[in-house]
Design a protein around this ligand. Structure first.
Ligand SMILES: Nc1ncnc2c1ncn2[C@@H]1O[C@H](COP(=O)(O)OP(=O)(O)OP(=O)(O)O)[C@@H](O)[C@H]1O
Length: 254
């Protein structure tokens, strides 16, 4: 669980996050949605410890970041899995080396032990047997699954995903969404996922935080989002054809 309390962040006099209070629950896919420029990435980077908040507290499973020693900060980084747009694999490394990278960086395991874990996670994401392939030799969807395997190889408590579906066809995007959700449930991970993909909201929006101009303008679930009359949210979600179609279908059923 990650509790965010009264979080403020700005750059050069421009306020980006304006006093956010929110709790990201453990074992759930916690989505952050909102228009471009609303502060989603800055929010994520604050939780990753990449940006220092101007004000406010971020509490990781009961422990405020400000109270972490250097060693504890390093330990926390080890507990964070990251999945960035485009997968961000190392082109010069094969699949196995990519997935092994966090183990080499954060653990002192023997190679045999690391290989065992790498193959365990590759199997979990249905990529067994691809360890010696280079990223350029596999499809975009497979690259995402390698990136997911790399993000979970260290058994993270927290998984941060920034638009994990970008560049994928709708069917592959759904496979990736469901895989992230399954891993979140199986391993009781606190997953925080930024998305522009309204299909992802419908698929895995167990908890949704809607940001508008750096403020948490609405929070709820994928079912509640259809019931809300909050204009900021309705303006945003019904600009998507998919949401309009689902709403129309729901109205016909009534
Ligand atoms: N390192 C930085 N220095 C200065 N300003 C920044 C920095 N990072 C982000 N910003 C500003 O913060 C604001 C919010 O950006 P952010 O990337 O969080 O938006 P976003 O909601 O993630 O947008 P998108 O959906 O397009 O990715 C923008 O005005 C951006 O220019």
């Amino acid at each position: 669980m990650i509790e965010v309390k009264n979080l403020y962040k700005g750059f050069n006099g421009q306020q980006v996050l304006n006093g956010i209070d929110y709790t990201f629950e453990r074992g759930k896919t916690n989505l952050i949605i909102g228009q471009s420029g609303s502060g989603k990435s800055v929010f994520l980077k604050c939780m990753l410890g990449l940006f220092k908040p101007d004000k406010g507290t971020i509490v990781y499973d009961g422990k405020p970041y400000s109270s972490f020693s250097d060693e504890e900060q390093r330990e926390l980084r080890k507990e964070m899995g990251m999945l960035f747009q485009g997968g961000a694999l190392f082109d010069s490394m094969n699949v196995e080396q990519n997935v092994m990278f966090p183990l080499k960086m954060f653990t002192k395991q023997h190679k045999k032990e690391m290989l065992k874990r790498v193959h365990e996670v590759l199997e979990r994401v249905n990529l067994d047997g691809t360890g010696d392939k280079m990223p350029s030799e596999i499809s975009g969807g497979m690259q995402k699954r390698v990136a997911i395997a790399r993000a979970i190889v260290n058994k993270p408590k927290y998984l941060f995903c920034d638009e994990p579906n970008s560049g994928l066809d709708p069917k592959t995007a759904t496979v990736i969404d469901n895989l992230i959700q399954e891993l979140t449930h199986e391993n009781d991970i606190t997953t925080v996922l930024i998305t522009h993909d309204m299909n992802s909201v419908l698929e895995i929006g167990e908890r949704i935080a809607f940001l508008k101009d750096g403020v948490l303008a609405w929070k709820g679930t994928k079912d509640e989002i259809f019931k809300t009359e909050d204009e900021a949210v309705t303006d945003f979600v019904y600009s998507s054809n998919l949401f309009q179609q689902v709403r129309e279908a729901q109205q016909k059923e009534k």
